[in-house]
Write a protein that binds this ligand. Structure first.
Ligand code: GDP
Length: 433
């Protein structure tokens, strides 16, 4: 899917338009404790096409002149997005700063959609014509406040994405390596790429492929997707927390499997939980990599104790396998790719309907659903409706009767039967008509 970034001067209404675009999409995923939702990054859907939106206005430099800030925001938009949505204020007309931004965008050769906001009264939509002078695309009149013209913007966005974006790297396993600064992400990627039998290839593709690295091992193809700071060190904004979160999120979105790296030397921190929560919520395969194992003082009980601690701290990731490695000493690095394969396979596993129903029937015979207010849950039939993550719909008498604990029991029965190592399982209940 494509990525659109919103740029423009302060107060032109970028965030209002951002909120309109991502809408009130109700998530089918339960909330993960400890995950703060960052307002600069969202998912949107229009005419069955999904895409991501970045509001660069939310990424700010401390105490920097406006031009510095806008340079950074436009640069992030150009780096991260396929299409740029440039928002101007129809009530004010073209300002010097608008002209400045327009020139930066022209030089970028990215697709630009020009939204003239605050045209609240469409009788006055003639005011948009002066914006042709910016030398960009045809201006589109919108009112973020009233939600007018948002459909036109959405049309322009989905039409701007080349069709091939969807098909990049088909048949490959894409993964990324996320974690706090200095946990050893780059060391880990380098160790993986320097393994014997790994052949790093140059596959040409779209713009962002340049920072992703495709490689082959034993006939299998992988792409390691760049996250904050792994490859492109040295940009001023690299260390802005929101920007690294944004890069991690966009890398997670493009991955099949996410390696969550924890620094064994300093132990688990709250920030580790946030990062891991994103991967869980995105429904990606997850592997926990406990790095710097060489630097951990240990006896025969240490591994068990740490595993318990990880399970307590990351309760929602109970399905994620844990690997203890040392990127520096190249210890157990060779276990990572096979584990990535296993997790990717599990996340795209499709269970035959009859087999699925047999397993669920057995589970219910062993432990019948509890009654609630004198009513017992009846599961008539189950069907797997999606992979990555595997999503199972139960057709029931009353969805409200499917309580968390029974859902957990069914999930465990499915995991016992089919594995599903490293992937979340989504179980939804629908009323049978
Ligand atoms: P990143 O910011 O997550 O990419 O972390 P780096 O890969 O740059 O590593 C940060 C520091 O941790 C560097 O000084 C590395 O040499 C060190 N480091 C990385 N992996 C290991 C490891 O397995 N063991 C030890 N002892 N140090 C490591």
């Amino acid at each position: 899917s494509g990525i659109v970034a919103i740029v423009g001067r302060p107060n032109v209404g970028k965030s209002t338009i951002f909120n309109r675009i991502i809408g009130e999409r109700k998530s089918i995923v339960e909330d993960t404790p400890g995950v703060t939702r960052d307002r600069i990054y969202g998912k949107a859907e229009w005419l069955t096409k999904e895409f991501r939106v970045i509001d660069t206005g939310g990424i700010q430099l401390a105490d920097q002149p406006f031009r510095e800030e806008i340079n950074m925001q436009v640069e992030i938009a150009i780096d991260e997005a396929d299409t740029i949505l440039f928002v101007v204020n129809g009530k004010e007309g073209i300002t010097n700063d608008d002209e400045y931004i327009a020139r930066l965008l022209q030089r970028s050769q990215k697709k630009v959609i020009l939204a003239v906001n605050k045209v609240d009264d469409f009788a006055q939509s003639d005011s948009i014509y002066e914006f042709y002078n910016l030398g960009l695309s045809d201006p589109i009149a919108v009112s973020g406040a009233h939600g007018i013209g948002i459909g036109d913007i959405l049309d322009a966005i989905v039409n701007s994405f080349p069709d091939k974006i969807q098909k990049d790297y088909d048949g490959m396993t894409r993964f990324c390596v996320i974690g706090r600064p200095n946990v050893g992400k780059s060391s880990l990627v380098n160790a993986l790429l320097n393994q014997e039998r790994v052949i790093v290839s140059n596959i040409e593709g779209t713009t962002r492929d340049a920072i992703d690295t495709p490689f082959k091992r034993e006939g299998k193809e992988y792409v390691v997707i760049d996250t904050a700071g792994i490859r492109k060190r040295g940009k001023v904004y690299e260390n802005i927390e929101k920007y690294s979160v944004l890069r991690a999120m966009s890398a997670i979105e493009r991955s099949d499997v996410v390696l969550v790296v924890i620094d064994g030397e300093s132990g688990i921190r709250d920030q580790d939980k946030h990062v891991a929560g994103f991967a869980h919520e995105a429904g990606k395969g997850v592997i926990i990599v406990y790095n710097k194992w060489d630097a951990v003082e240990k006896d025969e009980k240490t591994m068990n104790r740490i595993e318990k601690e990880i399970r307590t701290q990351f309760q929602y990731l109970s399905y994620a396998p844990i690997l203890f490695v040392s990127a520096l000493k190249k210890q157990r690095i060779q276990t990572i790719l096979p584990m990535i394969d296993d997790v990717h396979d599990a996340s795209v596993l499709r269970i035959q309907t009859n087999v699925l129903n047999e397993v669920l029937m057995d589970a219910q015979l062993m432990t019948p659903p509890p009654t609630h207010k004198g009513k017992r849950l009846k599961i008539y039939y189950a069907s797997q409706v999606a992979v990555a993550p595997p999503t199972i719909v139960l057709f029931v008498n009353d969805p409200e009767l499917l309580h968390f604990s029974y859902k957990r029991f069914l999930e465990n029965s499915l995991r016992e039967a089919f594995g599903f190592q490293g992937t979340t399982l989504r179980i939804l209940a629908r009323e049978r008509n």
